[in-house]
Design a protein around this ligand. Sequence first.
Ligand code: UDP
Length: 345
Amino acid sequence: MKTKVLVTGGAGYIGSHVVRQLGEAGYDVVVYDNCSTGSPKAVLHGELIIGDLADTDRLYQVFAKHRFSAVLHFAASLIVPESVAHPLDYYSNNTRNTLNLLRCCHVLDVNQFIFSSTAAVYGEPEENPVTESTPTLPINPYGRSKLMSEWLIQDHSLASRMRYVTLRYFNVGGADPGGRLGQSLRNVTHLIAAACNAALKRQSEVKIFGTDFPTPDGTGIRDYIHVEDLASAHVDALRYLEAGGESQTLNCGYGKGYSVRQVIERVKAISGVDFPVIEAERRPGDPACVTACAEKISQVLGWQPQYNDLDTIVYTTLAWEMQQENLPSVTGNRQKLVLINKERP
Ligand code: UDP
């Protein structure tokens, strides 16, 4: 019999990529998602239950019916400025809902838990690359709501048989190279999305938020990871827990940083569109540099990334978006995009 797992937030950007990989790996998947930002169309495998984690009766019924062997918990709010404006919503939707989920796990004896955390738990790290033992000092309600969730999971696991893998994501981008899944970039403010939106002429320019950081070119440095590699880390984490592995908290990045200017330059090169770039003030709360020490995840899970390349992140992002909009010829560097198209089933 197939192993049955619950994926909360499985209709969202990262969750949907994980659901597809879990399906391919032979798991029986039930997705629980309120579809507030995710889409039913993104659930390519298993059963979708449209429900909210705040609805504890419903959640309990789902647990009682299905008898999951593991839970992968993605459902969350994740926009930093929104978390500053509406902190209670973030503590409800992220922290309290994680508690709701853990209660169901406890009552129905689900003892394997995989949690989507974030590099935002580190705040403004004094040293890079960031290791898993770098102090966690989040600087906004989003990061704090996730760190509090981490603590709930840790404390519950210490008091029960539950084992967990918490994955702290760095900057996630890209789309399924097979063209089946991706993130709709409209209304997304992350750098790669903003630059791709400018290349697609949906916005007139890209702003560089801060050019006076203590980095080689003065702009912020981040560790960008392809969503397919992030997804495969979850499948590896599940197999690790199934094999009896002990609880772990692991960084999920490549360990290589790119500056804002470098990212913009690659989006211009791959799209072939020389969109305007404006130098602007720093965004409040943005650290200069955050990159992952990514050794532990490879050692513990045997994780082997396959798309460790900024160009691949950029061109799969653009290819997905062009496919959604039926835009065949926006790019000046067609070769790579044509290559992706050829790989599609
Ligand atoms: N950034 C930028 N212009 C944008 C969006 C982001 O200069 O339109 C910068 C931001 O200041 C940071 C980096 O790009 O240095 C990555 O920001 P993003 O919002 O993508 O992710 P974050 O690291 O904040 O989670």
